[in-house]
Design a protein around this ligand. Structure first.
Ligand code: SF4
Length: 299
């Protein structure tokens, strides 16, 4: 039986985790940035990578966020149906957000809708954003936190294409979006593409695709081929780090999909920036936790 103390323990752990995620990039992103840095030959682009790594080093040493825009906090929850604190989780996630906002500190990025007044806490109507998946027969919970900055959210788009547009039309939409808007999102980018029926299903899948660990491919060979084709095409544009031109535009392109209505093809695009601050933590029913995304990090 879960107690108030258990809930507070989870608030404390999650608050510290959100704080860490604002300051240290996950292992997959660090590994890919290191790889792209080595590949870069353009002197200005090499300098930008040096500055990025110096920035990350200083963020860690000085205990400060890696970018001034710490984003809107978003949670992607894969909750076991038997996890004991499920009924209190929304409050726990909101409290943890408020706690990290004070400790990190995070920039105050929740502007209340319609009133256009900053709430001052990073909490507001439907913020933090929470997306739930219930996992049958499990008592564990996996919580992914993402810090959605303004610049990297700006290229986000979704569209519903007529059936004849096909996957070629979907890829054209991705290219048009990144060519027009990608430079605003501080490349090298992680591009998530969602294929669905309507604009919301495609958009949500594109966010989930963007959050997939960098370095993974879709298990379906046609989706993996699409990822490779878009990645090669976007890299050929040569946006380079921070868009000043260079060898690569992207860290990765990830595609996710779902069965769709035969008359339409929904396509969503979500972009993550070089400072791609996401992290995954898993709790068991006794609130023992494991940090999946940042190996060796202690809270
Ligand atoms: S796009 Fe990313 S790195 Fe650039 S300012 Fe926004 S949050 Fe920071």
């Amino acid at each position: 039986m879960a107690t108030l103390n258990d809930a507070q323990k989870m608030v404390d752990v999650l608050g510290k985790f959100i704080d860490i995620v604002s300051k240290e990039l996950p292992d997959d992103v660090m590994a890919k940035l290191s790889e792209l840095r080595v590949q870069e030959a353009n002197p200005l682009a090499k300098t930008i990578y040096d500055v990025m790594f110096d920035n990350l080093d200083k963020a860690k040493k000085l205990n400060r966020p890696a970018c001034q825009d710490t984003g809107v906090i978003q949670f992607f929850v894969r909750a076991g149906a038997k996890f004991p604190l499920l009924g209190d989780l929304r409050r726990i996630l909101r409290e943890a957000t408020i706690s990290a906002t004070k400790s990190a500190p995070l920039r105050l990025n929740a502007v209340e809708v319609f009133d256009e007044v900053n709430t001052g806490t990073n909490v507001g109507t439907n913020v933090p954003f929470i997306e739930w998946e219930i996992v049958d027969d499990s008592s564990n919970i996996e919580i992914e936190v993402y810090q959605a900055g303004g610049g990297c959210s700006l290229p986000g788009r979704s569209i519903v294409l007529p059936p004849l547009a096909g996957y070629e039309g979907a890829m054209k939409f991705v290219f048009d979006t990144i060519v027009d808007w990608g430079i605003n999102a501080c490349p090298p980018l992680v591009v998530g593409v969602g294929i669905g029926t309507c604009s919301n299903s495609a958009a949500l899948l594109s966010k989930k695709a963007m959050l997939r660990p960098v370095g993974t491919s879709h298990p379906h060979p046609k989706a993996a081929e699409m990822e490779k084709t878009i990645e090669e095409g976007l890299n050929a544009i040569g946006l380079g780090p921070q868009g000043i031109s260079g060898k690569n535009s992207v860290m990765a392109v990830h595609v996710e999909g779902m069965a769709h209505h035969p008359s339409v093809l929904g396509v969503g695009v979500t972009v993550g920036c070089w400072a791609n601050r996401h992290g995954v933590i898993r709790f068991d029913e006794h609130l023992n936790y494991e940090i999946i995304s940042h190996k060796g990090v202690k809270l």
